[in-house]
Ligand binder design. Structure first.
Ligand code: SF4
Ligand code: SF4
Length: 200
């Protein structure tokens, strides 16, 4: 007796759902609910997100405030790079005997994994990462950044590059920061075990 009655009830329900477009109203309920929420979608490229100072974007080379190139062509960034995408050629600076500078500097950005090791390895904070990330192109040969382009990036994004170095504790936000200084990240400075006797 119950069976046929339930079937009639189910059939009526189905008929009413179909006649009143129940599924559509059900879906619209979700849509209406979200109309009153603050949207979290950014309308890129018209709207852009504020990136943190630690953001690892394109690399740039930096100069001292007097315009002198910071890079001394020591090759440490090249040695630290796990992707082998840095090439530095150096020579003695004719104007400053015994001092060297990079005659050529290349970074193949197509191979870069944006790990930041090269920035950490640089003893004079000549390299920094910036918040620049819009450099997509149809010709990947243009992604072999040479010395001029790297200094251009460093100049255009100097504020962000400095913020990156401050954020990574590699350069203090002080007047003397123009001078040679290098700070390891805090986690490395803190000793995890006591030094061996012959070193203490
Ligand atoms: S960020 Fe990493 S992969 Fe890219 S150039 Fe520097 S060391 Fe190499
Ligand atoms: S960027 Fe820094 S680590 Fe690399 S060659 Fe120049 S001074 Fe040396």
């Amino acid at each position: 007796m119950n069976g046929p009655l339930m079937s009639v009830g189910t059939l009526t329900k189905k008929f009413l759902h179909a006649a009143l477009f129940y599924e559509i109203w059900d879906a619209m309920k979700v849509t209406f609910k979200h109309m009153f929420h603050k949207p979290i979608t950014f309308q890129y490229p018209r709207e852009q997100r504020a990136l943190p100072d630690t953001h690892r974007g394109a690399l740039g080379l930096l100069r001292y405030d007097d315009g002198r190139e910071r890079c001394v062509g020591c090759d440490l960034c090249e040695a630290a790079c796990p992707s082998r995408c840095i090439k530095v050629l150096s020579a003695e600076d004719p104007e400053r005997p015994l001092q060297r500078y990079a005659t050529e500097f290349y970074i193949d950005i197509t191979k870069c994994v944006f790990c930041g090791y090269c920035v950490e390895a640089c003893p004079v904070n000549a390299l920094a990462m910036t918040k620049m990330y819009e450099f997509s192109t149809h010709d990947k040969r243009t992604l072999l950044f040479d010395k001029k382009r790297l200094y251009d990036i460093g100049e255009r994004h100097l504020d962000d590059a400095k913020k990156y170095l401050y954020a990574h504790n590699q350069e203090k936000n002080l007047e003397e920061s123009r001078e040679y200084r290098y700070y390891f990240p805090q986690s490395v400075v803190k000793p995890t075990q006591s030094a061996p006797k012959h070193l203490s």
